[in-house]
Ligand binder design. Structure first.
Ligand code: FES
Length: 104
């Protein structure tokens, strides 16, 4: 699937990602700034926070209970489409997914 990250400076990074890869791993592999993934994807850091483009938020779904609690710990302001990107897995249904990278 293709994923597009929109960066705070207005530029974009796009990449092809294999099914099953989480969006934090994909971001780190593609040098997307501000997506750190400190805990390795175990819902313990919130450094993988992104905003899902509104057009995609119904496909990616809502944050789960633990994810929701961790999102309250993000440094960037939480928005209605905030997700921890380690919890979004690549699939063909998400081909073209657009993620907005926060400032921090
Ligand atoms: S990488 Fe730590 S919560 Fe996603």
């Amino acid at each position: 699937m293709k994923v597009i990250w929109k960066l705070p400076d207005g530029s974009e990074i796009s990449a092809q990602v294999s099914d099953g890869t989480n969006m934090m791993e994909a971001a780190v592999a593609n040098n997307v700034p501000n997506v750190i993934g400190e805990c390795g994807g175990s819902l313990a850091c919130a450094t993988c926070h992104v905003y899902v483009d509104a057009a995609w938020s119904s496909q990616t779904g809502a944050a789960g209970e633990f994810e929701d609690a961790m999102l309250d710990a993000t440094e960037a302001e939480r928005g209605p489409t905030s997700r921890l990107s380690c919890q979004i897995l690549a699939s063909q249904a998400l081909d073209g997914l657009t993620l907005i990278v926060p400032e921090v």
